[in-house]
Design a binder for this molecule. Structure first.
Ligand SMILES: Cc1cc2nc3c(=O)[nH]c(=O)nc-3n(C[C@H](O)[C@H](O)[C@H](O)COP(=O)(O)OP(=O)(O)OC[C@H]3O[C@@H](n4cnc5c(N)ncnc54)[C@H](O)[C@@H]3O)c2cc1C
Length: 390
């Protein structure tokens, strides 16, 4: 049965949901408060579970075409000593799909085109909604209202609407570190062009990942992580000095990267997550993406889980033949435990990488020196194969 569905938020979660729901025959309207969609952050690694969803929705090949060729993974010590270097091909063979590191703007544009710009209203903030027996009514900041059969709450990590669905306030937790991310032209004096290279030491991390499929102008998606108290100053004019100070004495490619990045194109984020929610649904409401499971980016799974949410929501509605409460209950059952477990693992990974327990971080550095790739890929494969498309 075709439903009227209102999706609040045109990030990768809301747009993927809109696409999946349209393809199931529903009438979908997406609303976002921003006048122009300009994703915060440089790029994103869509891991194989996310790519599988995008492929099933018909845009995976286009995503793959403009994403980076990340064929190997390498860890280095802060001093430039090789810890481990291995091919990711065994992982890709096992899970049946490569990962696609891609510019956020490119992913957003592909999703927007697939959903259809006419189906997206920008510059309209949803202030609240009310769910009743016959439908849901959303209220907007300009005083207008819109009725639907179902609302999809995809308004991101700071979501206000999830509080209406859950009937309680949800606080974000600081994960204890700051992340600076930026795109830079790829070059072999930074890292091999088909390697994801990470330098680790002092509870800090520097990452360079091939993110562009454009052979003429390849780029790296780069980031720096530094454990810091919450609320430190955020001034782009100071990024280069700040990072030069934090990474003084690190290997030459790290110094080159610090000299080369454009601070004006850089995003600086204090990393937060959200304690796993008790439920991802409310009456006539599905919570999805970061609104449902804001997580540390240390597994690269936040966006991928939003894509999985979108896929599962469409399938549960397909299977419920118009019975919305039944579909929502099935969505909650399929997603809550999986995303709760990934939020917890991402937090643990963040703690280990960033020195929450310094002995555990030292032990991890030692493990990396013994790693042949099999342990790291086993963890990734477990995450990927646990998704709805296997
Ligand atoms: C540093 C970093 C690196 C990351 N790396 C990865 C990675 O490699 N792989 C991965 O899978 N994930 C990664 N993530 C996570 C990923 O970015 C998020 O999970 C993803 O962007 C969430 O998408 P979303 O659509 O749920 O939310 P958002 O992208 O936040 O979109 C929410 C939208 O809702 C709109 N909105 C908010 N309130 C309202 C309102 N009241 N009315 C109307 N519109 C509203 C906003 O304007 C916004 O457009 C990373 C995150 C960070 C911080």
């Amino acid at each position: 049965m075709a439903l009227d569905i209102l999706v609040i938020g045109a990030g990768m979660g809301g747009l993927t949901a809109a696409l999946a729901l349209q393809q199931s025959g529903h009438r979908v309207r997406v609303v976002d408060r921003v006048a122009e969609l300009r994703p915060v952050g440089a790029a994103i690694s869509v891991w194989s579970n996310g790519v599988k969803v995008l492929k099933a929705l018909g845009i995976g090949d286009a995503v793959e075409d403009v994403s980076g060729r990340m064929n190997h993974m390498r860890y280095m010590s802060r001093d430039g000593e090789l810890l481990t270097d291995f091919s990711l091909q065994p992982l890709y063979d096992q899970v049946g799909q490569r990962a696609c590191p891609i510019a956020r703007a490119a992913l957003q544009q592909l999703l927007l085109e697939a959903v259809g710009e006419d189906n997206v209203t920008l510059g309209l903030a949803c202030s609240d909604y009310h769910a009743g027996d016959s439908g849901v009514t959303a209220r907007f900041a300009d005083g207008s209202q819109r009725r639907a059969d179902l609302i999809v709450i995809a308004d991101g990590t700071h979501s206000k609407l999830r509080e209406r669905a859950l009937g309680r306030q949800v606080d974000r937790r600081y994960c204890g570190y700051v992340n600076w991310n930026v795109r830079v032209p790829a070059s072999a004096d930074l890292a091999p062009l088909d390697h994801w290279v990470q330098y680790v030491g002092d509870h800090q991390r520097v990452s360079m990942m091939p993110m562009s499929g454009d052979a003429e102008a390849p780029e790296f998606y780069c980031f720096f992580d530094v454990p810091l108290p919450a609320g430190t100053p955020n001034d782009p004019a100071g990024y280069r000095d700040e990072l030069a100070r934090h990474f003084a004495g690190w290997a030459a490619p790290v110094q080159r990267l610090i000299e080369r990045f454009d601070p004006a194109a850089m995003a600086r984020v204090e990393i937060h997550d959200i304690e796993p929610l008790e439920t991802l649904i409310g009456p006539r409401a599905a919570i999805l993406g970061d609104a449902a499971h804001g997580m540390a980016p240390d597994l690269g799974q936040g966006g991928c889980q939003a894509m999985e949410d979108a896929w599962v929501l469409a399938r549960t509605l397909d299977n419920a033949a118009g019975d919305i409460p039944r579909a929502l209950t099935a969505y909650d059952a399929a997603r809550s435990e999986r995303v709760g477990e990934i939020v917890a693992r991402a937090r643990k990974r963040a703690e280990t990488t960033h020195g929450a327990d310094p002995a555990a971080t030292q032990a991890w550095y030692a493990e990396l020196a013994d790693e042949d790739g099999s342990h790291i890929m086993a963890g990734m494969s477990k995450t990927i194969l646990g998704g709805p498309l296997g």
